[in-house]
Design a protein around this ligand. Structure first.
Ligand SMILES: NC(=O)c1ccc[n+]([C@@H]2O[C@H](COP(=O)([O-])OP(=O)(O)OC[C@H]3O[C@@H](n4cnc5c(N)ncnc54)[C@H](OP(=O)(O)O)[C@@H]3O)[C@@H](O)[C@H]2O)c1
Length: 318
């Protein structure tokens, strides 16, 4: 079902009406938002994936092994990816590579000269360094199989002339990642957080969907995609938990202590083969400020229309 929130006020209607837009990963959180936004802009939507998307024609595709059917597509928006922070090791690297790198190579081959918008992640950026991160920031030293294979996949996409988008911490209705993890991390009425408050970028899923559709007209290259302004980490954590009706007080832990706990949890996960409850990556994401410089996307007309306040209002009302 299309809602008013799915309307795309970015000029996408003019460009997409009547076009055949292929969306991969449309059974997932961000891909579903892109598929809905493309349909709202008047496009015919084809969802490629193991499971159907929220609308449009479903064409089965396993990114880990199949060549995708892109015949007749006017635009390909690629969001399918192995995501998450599972037990590290060679098996995880292989499984993530099969989807995020080899699957990308098959997709780019099949796309040939068709425009491709390839959704990457700010997780590709080298950890550490300045808080304000522009697209020139080095892409290496990632802490997870996810980050490493997304970086390798986007290298292929950039070499093939795709538009690569780098959102950070996408939130919105149906988010299966951030909010569930946040609720899980509560300890009674407390939420442990590593280090003092920091500034960070988040990306509303509607803003990402707008960018995916508008980017078809942008020059090839990498673009950061985030909300208009950065947020205070502590205010976000407090406000989101309060809006879900499960408020918590923040317990600030030394970063070294949180890192040590993450190391222990990861070592334990190798023995139990169950996903670690805390990882170095999660600690890094929370402890280190990262504000994406979105001026390159802005110069192409990107205007983030949603902010966390909109999502908080929805959470309070639900
Ligand atoms: N959420 C965030 O905070 C965030 C931040 C930065 C970047 N991103 C990027 O946004 C994209 C979407 O992420 P998401 O948050 O929407 O994750 P998600 O909800 O877990 O969706 C992942 C999608 O990838 C598909 N997929 C996984 N393995 C596949 C395979 N072998 N063959 C075909 N499809 C496969 C899944 O389909 P199945 O139904 O078949 O499992 C699902 O549709 C990813 O590229 C991710 O890197 C997300």
């Amino acid at each position: 079902m299309l809602t008013g929130a799915d309307r795309v006020p970015t000029g996408a209607e003019r460009v997409l009406a009547g076009m055949e837009v292929v969306v991969t990963g449309a059974s997932g959180f961000c891909g579903a938002a892109v598929a809905r936004a493309a349909a709202a802009a008047g496009a015919r939507v084809r969802c490629l994936g193991r499971r159907p998307g929220p609308l449009g024609r479903h064409v089965p595709w396993d990114a880990a092994r199949d060549v995708p059917d892109l015949a007749g597509a006017d635009l390909v928006v690629h969001l399918a990816a192995a995501v998450g922070d599972p037990v590290p090791g060679p098996a995880t690297e292989r499984a993530y590579r099969a989807v995020n790198v080899d699957g990308t190579a098959r997709l780019l081959d099949a796309a040939a000269a068709r425009p491709v918008v390839w959704v990457s992640s700010a997780s590709v950026y080298r950890p550490g360094g300045p808080t304000l991160v522009a697209e020139e920031h080095p892409v290496d030293g990632q802490l997870t199989a996810y980050g490493r294979t997304k970086a390798a996949g986007e290298r292929l996409a950039l070499a093939a002339g795709a538009v690569v988008l780098r959102p950070r911490a996408v939130y919105g209705p149906g988010d299966p990642h951030l909010l569930p993890r946040l609720l899980q991390a509560r300890r009674g009425r407390w939420l442990p957080v590593p280090g003092p408050d920091v500034r960070l970028s988040l990306t509303a899923v509607e803003n990402l969907a707008d960018a995916c559709l508008a980017a078809t007209g942008w020059p090839p290259g990498a673009y950061n995609v985030a909300d208009d302004r950065p947020y205070s980490r502590d205010a976000v954590l407090r406000d989101v938990l309060a809006a879900t009706g499960q408020p918590a007080r923040l317990l600030h832990l030394p970063v070294g202590l949180a890192g040590g706990a993450a190391g222990a949890a990861t070592a334990l996960s190798r023995l139990t083969r169950r996903a670690p409850t805390l990882t170095r990556y999660a600690v890094d994401q929370l402890a280190r400020g990262m504000v994406l410089d979105i001026s390159r996307a802005r110069a192409r007309g990107y205007r983030p229309r949603r902010a966390l306040a909109d999502h908080l209002a929805r959470l309070r009302a639900s």
